[in-house]
Design a protein around this ligand. Sequence first.
Ligand code: ADP
Length: 254
Amino acid sequence: APLPGKRLSVSGVGKRFGGVSALTDVTFEARPGQVVALIGPNGSGKTTLLNVISGFYRADSGEVRLGDETISGRSPHRVADAGVMRTFQTPVVPEMTVRDAVATARYRSDRVSMVETMLRLPRYWAVVRRDREAVDAVLAACGLTDVASLPATSLPLGTRRVLELARALVVDPSLVLLDEVASGLDEEEVQALADVVRAVRDAGGTVLLVEHNFSLVRDLADHVVVLSQGRLVAEGDSESISRHPEVLHHYLGE
Ligand code: ADP
């Protein structure tokens, strides 16, 4: 099913913490159907930028737009309502089945009130029926159908990461933010995750990926943005970026 990916525009974003400039005048775009990778050494501002985009931090200058809307200055909740979905380095999956973990992610938008849910009113069941198809489709697209009734916590780490991605995808996100999703995974698990991210991109999703694993970046990213000390120091396709001195130094050990 096509995803309603929107263009992410980060324009002149700056963010300071006391005397530290975590981000200085950062400008780039990510388009629907594109995977953009954000790379840079520790402390270069990647996490701060994700926090600005998702509304956890307020930028001191510049703006973040999603399609035609300005999302900078909104609360995290309202940024999520605009369709910005983030997966975390440490996935938070409660003790529930894989299917329920995906289904509950879909209910986060307040289409059904807590009272309706508790009282199992008709509107609740209408939403459940409508959402069941969406949940099944995402489980299938992520290769999770066979494990749908297992407890989420019983899955190997790689599959739990795919589940986190499935929970982001089930709300039809306009932008998916992936934070170090490959860390700790073996090569086979990384490839399985990369396949899902490619499917998201090919379905028209907009993906912004913070990633240390440069071979995954090379594999997956259509466009690479390099941060160093809070500034954008290079951008381009992964081929040209892999020849950049900063990247050679920090990622390829040269
Ligand atoms: P990265 O994710 O690339 O490792 P960060 O965005 O975490 O980089 O950090 C960028 C800079 O901002 C660092 O110098 C870091 O110490 C500083 N920083 C990040 N978050 C905070 C914070 N909440 N308070 C103070 N300084 C911070």
